[in-house]
Design a protein around this ligand. Sequence first.
Ligand code: PLP
Length: 418
Amino acid sequence: MPMSIEFKTRLSPVLKKAVKHFGTPFHIYDETGIIETSEHLKKAFSGRNGFREFFAVKALPNPSVMKIMKDQGFGFDCSSSPEIMLARNIGSRGEDIMFTSNNTSMEQFETANADEGSILNLDDVSLIAKVPVMPELICFRYNPGPRRRGNKIIGNPVESKYGVSHEKITDAYKEVIKRGAKRFGMHTMLASNELNYEYMVETTQMLLSMVEQVSYALDIKFEFINIGGGLGIPYRPDQKKMNIDALGSETTALLDQFEQKNGWSPKLFMESGRYMTGPHGVLVTTIINHKDIYRKYVGVDASMSSLMRPGMYEAYHHIHIHEKEDLTQHETVDVVGSLCENIDKFAVQRTLPVTSEGDILVIHDTGAHGHAMGFNYNANLRPKELLLRTDGSIELIRREETVNDYFATLNFEKNILC
Ligand SMILES: *Cc1c(COP(=O)(O)O)cnc(C)c1O
């Protein structure tokens, strides 16, 4: 099920007013929904102490939303210097930040180590010697290669550019111990938008068995395992939500067993993005044109610059027309933006109520990897972001880009090498 009935019930009565006041297009996020999902997640994993979610900043890098996560006690998973700076700007420090980079630059290491540091999650053995100051706590991203199948978006682990191979993982920890590391974590990230919770249980099992192996080989203990993000959400009306309660109870049981066998146990960390905010955002656009050629087209005032997923992955995003849901007259259309790229479509051959210019079209599930993935190709500018607060007020949390923003990188002092 896409956008929840509850979110729709909160948004629909104020939508016209918001459109009039702020103008379309915009993404709007539902604070109530984000809080409910966060609280449900914590409850599902409350069977053991120390569970922590590190919200994957790349899914929705807006400080106003990150602040909601921080108030829930969550940390942040960052993979670039500006993402670390975003987390620090709202007051996160040290071990509140997990820095999961790959192909890491020295500049990134310096940002990660500054300001009380962060949890360094190293992507490769070649990076060990490049860490400016070896911190006490260190983590590696593990890539199981042929031992696991990946999934469609993230791909087969053997072809994936991420992580330390099975053959090198023990030596990787041996090397950081030599350089002064004393506390350890192990991380992996294998799936994306995975709706089957059992896949994540298998990932937990895999990390626990790796942690056991390395801890025996090197006589160390692990403080945490991080099973990554990748929890899926139902984009299509016929899909069901992932069973987070079952994931919580089955991973708790695995950690209990581990503790009984070994006398200690790592804590469980996770770094979901999509699951936390994906269903709690929609892209609101106005219909501005209709075109009837070999197919029928509904043209809206947003384009791919607001939402890449349909063009990039042929991803399905559910759509409804505000105040026309009960209409019995339907037609099959492509919903398109104005970019000079034929993949600039929000929906292909979708059956929707018959619309008129000025109707408000709502694209569901844009709360993660939506605005954040936007780009400026064809000089299309990115839209604004709004937040529907728990008290019903609506706050502008990012303005739209303007032509001045587009020109900003073209206005600079002359720099000519003769
Ligand atoms: C993208 C990413 C995530 C978040 O993925 P979701 O599918 O949004 O849960 C978490 N961890 C890492 C390392 C990532 O690259």
